[in-house]
Design a protein around this ligand. Structure first.
Ligand SMILES: C[S@@+](CC[C@H](N)C(=O)[O-])C[C@H]1O[C@@H](n2cnc3c(N)ncnc32)[C@H](O)[C@@H]1O
Length: 441
């Protein structure tokens, strides 16, 4: 039988009492940031497996609160089981019946959930009936109702119940979902239906696709099937924002961007195009002892940012200001860190504007960034405009890192720049002289 890295990690956890395997989803492109944060908060020797959009690691159950404190990750799951199933092959429809039987047998006889279920109950504070008897299940009024399908409740925004709000008499309600990569003879719904049915028979739980306490996710990748229990009731990327705008950035991404700038106590951090304030707000919460400023050209966005900051009751110095960042009211060589999410030219700005705007903008950043130590972290989809701007003012900045990221389905890039020692005045003079020589020629 094939053993994947995740299976090996899960095997190691099982060898120790009270050690869990945890899976956390991460915004695609920022996986290394999550690994770094994990190492910092849970110990540098800790083992992990990194995949596109998620990381897996083992930890003692008593340390679970440290995972809840991580800010670069989105949803957190306990991995209950990691197995390899001998599916027939990659031809669609080839051995459907035998593959479905393999899944049924796995869910009925092989899947091992008990240890993870007990941990889940304790971590999420579920006080209801976790393992009802058949009698309790049959007596439950809810059990006689047909499960609500998501279609009936399409207007309900939030799915799932907060498990900690369950009364002592509540029987556990659950749903199973499946995420699948690779080619299989079966569909994802087949896995969810079969595993859900078998678990209902085993545990006498109530199936509820909308108002569930427990979500079980089966992640099928070729022959590997990882069964996880969702711990986070709400995605962590929504944690700071009450008033959303057209381009509001996830708080998880804001954290990773700020982290890329390695803020130090006393640093001045500015988002000069802050929209609804998601970057300064995250910085205020996650990086104490820094000074924060958010600027924005549109007064509606400034109002939204103020409302978001007020709603979070941030007990920190965070100023918001309406300005045009091409003319910053700041002295030369003053700012330690700029972190910003630039107009992509899709939902905000236009590609044609960006070509001119990015150049002017970079020059102004060159003026106010601290000589030799100022850092810029820029998120943009418009790589061409940033490349042209960097070519023009490349002497003012050195690119120390670039990474690709997926932002709401758009392929974006993050640039980390370090301000060089070349003074802005000297660069302007050299540039001016070069232009004059060109004109004379
Ligand atoms: C991609 S959005 C930023 C979204 C923000 N991170 C959030 O989460 O709400 C870019 C922002 O840049 C602002 N902007 C564009 N040109 C500007 C300028 N010259 N000065 C200041 N802000 C500007 C736009 O109004 C827009 O809100």
């Amino acid at each position: 039988m094939m053993k994947t890295d995740i299976m090996k990690l899960a095997d190691q956890a099982k060898m120790h009492e009270n050690v869990l395997t945890v899976m956390a989803t991460v915004d695609t492109g920022f996986e290394w940031m999550a690994v770094d944060e994990y190492k910092e908060k849970l110990g540098s020797n800790a083992q992990y497996v990194k995949e596109r959009g998620r990381i897996y690691f083992n930890l003692r159950q008593k340390d679970f609160s440290k995972v809840q404190d991580m800010r670069s990750i989105d949803n957190v799951y306990i991995v209950a089981d990691a197995s390899w199933l001998p599916f027939s092959g990659i031809m669609k429809g080839s051995e459907l019946d035998s593959d479905l039987e393999i899944i049924r047998k796995f869910a009925k006889e092989k899947i091992s959930l008990r240890r993870a279920l007990d941990a889940w109950k304790e971590i999420v504070n579920f006080h209801g009936i976790m393992y009802p008897s058949l009698r309790e299940y049959q007596d439950s009024d809810l059990a006689l109702q047909r499960p609500k399908s998501p279609v009936h409740c399409a207007r309900t925004k939030k799915r799932g119940l907060d498990p900690s709000s369950a009364s002592k008499e509540s029987l556990l309600r659950f749903r199973v979902t499946c995420e699948r990569t690779g080619s299989h003879s079966f569909e994802s719904q087949d896995v969810a239906r079969i595993v859900g049915g078998e678990l209902q028979d085993t545990f006498n739980w109530i199936v509820d696709l909308v108002q569930y306490h427990l979500q079980i996710v089966c992640h099928v990748k070729l022959g590997e099937i990882i069964t996880s229990l969702r711990v986070t009731h709400e995605s962590k990327h929504r944690r700071n924002i009450q008033f959303y705008g057209p381009t509001t950035l996830r708080s998880t991404i804001c954290y990773s961007l700020i982290r890329l700038a390695s803020p130090l106590p006393g640093d001045i951090i500015i988002d000069p195009m802050c929209g609804g304030g998601s970057i300064p707000l995250e910085a205020a919460i996650a990086f104490p002892n820094t000074y924060l400023l958010g600027g924005e050209i549109h007064c509606n966005a400034v109002d939204r940012a103020r409302a978001n900051v007020a709603a979070m009751n941030v007990d920190r110095k965070l100023d918001l200001i309406q300005w045009n960042l091409l003319h910053l009211p700041l002295k030369d060589s003053f700012v330690d860190i700029f972190v910003t999410d630039m107009p992509f030219g899709k939902r905000s700005g236009s590609i044609t504007d960006n070509r001119v705007f990015y150049k002017k903008w970079l020059l102004e950043m060159g003026r106010v960034s601290k000589l030799g130590s100022g850092r810029l972290v820029l998120l943009t989809k418009d790589r061409r405009s940033i490349a042209t701007a960097l070519k023009m003012y490349g002497k003012l900045f050195r690119v120390t890192k670039t990474l690709g990221a997926n932002i709401g389905g758009l392929q974006a890039a993050v640039y980390v720049l370090l301000r060089t020692n070349i003074s802005w005045e000297d660069h302007k003079t050299v540039e001016h002289d070069a232009k004059r020589v060109k004109v004379q020629e």
